[in-house]
Design a protein around this ligand. Structure first.
Ligand SMILES: Nc1ncnc2c1ncn2[C@@H]1O[C@H](COP(=O)(O)OP(=O)(O)OP(=O)(O)O)[C@@H](O)[C@H]1O
Ligand SMILES: [Mg+2]
Length: 484
């Protein structure tokens, strides 16, 4: 018996991502612990049971990153840019110092009249002062930015207003002569909030310059980043970073970009202070050794990885990469994981096997109902499901547990499969203009969404017998490694 509800719209979905994970209580418990203690996690499971979902949910529990990573130009040796790590506290104290320097504001009447005019405070016609944000002069009513009307004759013809319109400026640069005879720069800047003018003398400007670090510096891993970074085993550069090629090579000063501008962080660096999720970790093969080093050192250089490229001679040392590793693998691929890496993960973390089925109980049926509600909300493009449709989906979950894992009186946890049925049923309902997914839509979806194996089984009685008769042997959807 399912709990009381008429449609899935009434089912409450937990807002915390880890609580949305169904049927993997042990993995969820470990993920929570791993997030709290910053430990690694190895998830061993077949596809579609929630590995990515758990890793992502775990990342959402981590605190926001407090460090930013930048690369700086090294004037002495441009091919060895410096790495700079800045903390949030440092950034705050720098901004504070900047604000303090910039806090001196004066009234528009205290600056030269041409400055007040260009900043938009002074009327060009009558000289009255007003708000810079108002184009019409409060005193004479004329357009403050338009030049004073003047009539003049050219070749016997009268022209009016041939002077250009004044552009409203945010900043006016001037110079003044100091008492010691030296010229110094003064910058007047409009402060729109206060409707006043900030006066920056040369000394202040210089101090702001050193503080702002607008120097040759590039942030490669910003404060504001996700704590979840997924890397596939496919490419070494994606995982470890790279230095892009520059067609002008090392002749940087002449034409190309400086090496520090071409440094690209790897997933290990982007995951600094967050979760690095690697699906099918065994597929990394030899690259696992680099990953192991990165985990041991918590720093890893970024270097050009293509020997043909001008980036190959560039290296940034000591780039931080203090991440929590969540690795996932299929049971069959466990031996492909480097023993040293595996012991590194479990030596400071946990490994756990995800389940593929759960017993068919009332509680667990309710969980399937909640799963249906979750998937419908997540999809956002399909209608909610009626109670009868949910019952049909529970029956389907039971059938799949038997068909895929030969489990009796169980419900499947291979949720990607089930989620496909829900989406398809939703599309069918939507196409038919139905306000809800009904059981007949689920039945149609099951028929239409059958995998090739199931179609073979229906047609020939068994997958393998069918496969022999068909032109080619088909692989189960997304489960190439499991049935071979
Ligand atoms: N245990 C679960 N609880 C709730 N929903 C799940 C669960 N497992 C999977 N899902 C649903 O199925 C989708 C696919 O799951 P996910 O990508 O996490 O699977 P996976 O194990 O990473 O699969 P793959 O190995 O194919 O990458 C999820 O976005 C989620 O909607
Ligand atoms: Mg996945």
């Amino acid at each position: 018996m399912l709990a009381k509800f008429k449609t899935t719209n009434e089912i409450i979905v937990p807002s915390e991502p880890l609580e949305q994970v169904i049927g993997q209580d042990e993995a969820v418990r470990l993920a929570r612990l791993a997030a709290k203690q910053r430990r690694n996690l190895l998830l061993v499971a077949p596809p579609g049971t929630g590995k990515s979902m758990i890793a992502q949910a775990m990342a959402s529990l981590l605190p926001k990153p407090t460090e930013e990573i930048a690369v700086l130009h090294n004037p002495e040796n441009p091919e060895r840019p410096f790495c700079e790590v800045r903390s949030l506290a440092q950034l705050e104290s720098e901004t504070h110092a900047q604000q303090k320097l910039k806090s001196r504001l004066v009234e528009p009447s205290a600056v030269p009249s041409f400055v007040a005019e260009r900043l938009g405070f002074r009327c060009r016609h009558c000289g009255a002062l007003g708000k810079a944000s108002e184009r019409a002069c409060p005193n004479c009513g004329s357009d403050k930015y338009a030049p004073p009307e003047r009539e003049f004759l050219v070749g016997g013809q009268a022209f009016i207003n041939a002077m250009p319109e004044q552009q409203l400026q945010k900043r006016v640069h001037t110079t003044r002569l100091r008492e010691d005879g030296e010229e110094e720069i003064i910058v007047y800047e409009r402060d729109d909030a206060a409707q006043k003018i900030r006066v920056l003398d040369q000394k202040t400007l210089e101090r702001l310059e050193t503080l702002s670090r607008n120097k040759l510096r590039r942030v490669i891993v910003p404060f504001n980043r996700k704590t979840f970074v997924a890397a596939s085993g496919a490419s070494e550069t994606e995982l470890l970073g790279d230095v892009r090629h520059d067609p002008f090579g090392g002749h940087v000063a002449a034409s190309g970009t400086l090496p520090y501008q071409r440094v690209v962080p790897g997933a290990i660096h982007e995951a600094h202070q967050g979760v690095l999720f690697i699906d099918e970790v065994g597929a990394l093969a030899g690259v696992q050794r680099f990953l192991l080093t990165a985990m041991q050192e918590k720093r890893y250089p970024i270097a050009g990885r293509n020997p043909q490229s001008a980036g190959a001679s560039v290296r940034v040392d000591d780039v931080p990469c203090d991440f929590v590793l969540v690795a996932a693998t299929n049971i069959n691929d466990l031996p492909a994981i480097l023993p040293a890496l595996r012991s590194r993960i479990t030596g400071n973390g946990y490994e756990t096997l995800l389940s593929v089925t759960m017993p068919d109980t009332d509680d667990n049926r309710d969980k399937i109902a909640r799963f249906v509600a979750q998937e419908i909300r997540k999809d956002g493009r399909i209608p909610h499901a009626s109670r009868a449709a949910v019952e049909a989906l529970v029956a389907e979950a039971k059938k799949k547990a038997k068909a895929l894992d030969n489990a009796d009186a169980s419900l499947t946890l291979r949720f990607r499969e089930l989620s496909g049925v829900i989406r398809l049923a939703g599309d069918i309902a939507k196409d038919a203009g139905a306000p809800l997914i009904e059981s007949e839509h689920v039945e149609q979806a099951v028929r239409r969404g059958k995998s090739v194996e199931e179609q073979l089984r229906d047609k020939y009685g068994s997958v393998f017998g069918g496969a022999a008769s068909e032109f080619n042997r088909s692989q189960p959807r997304g489960e190439q490694k499991e049935i071979s």
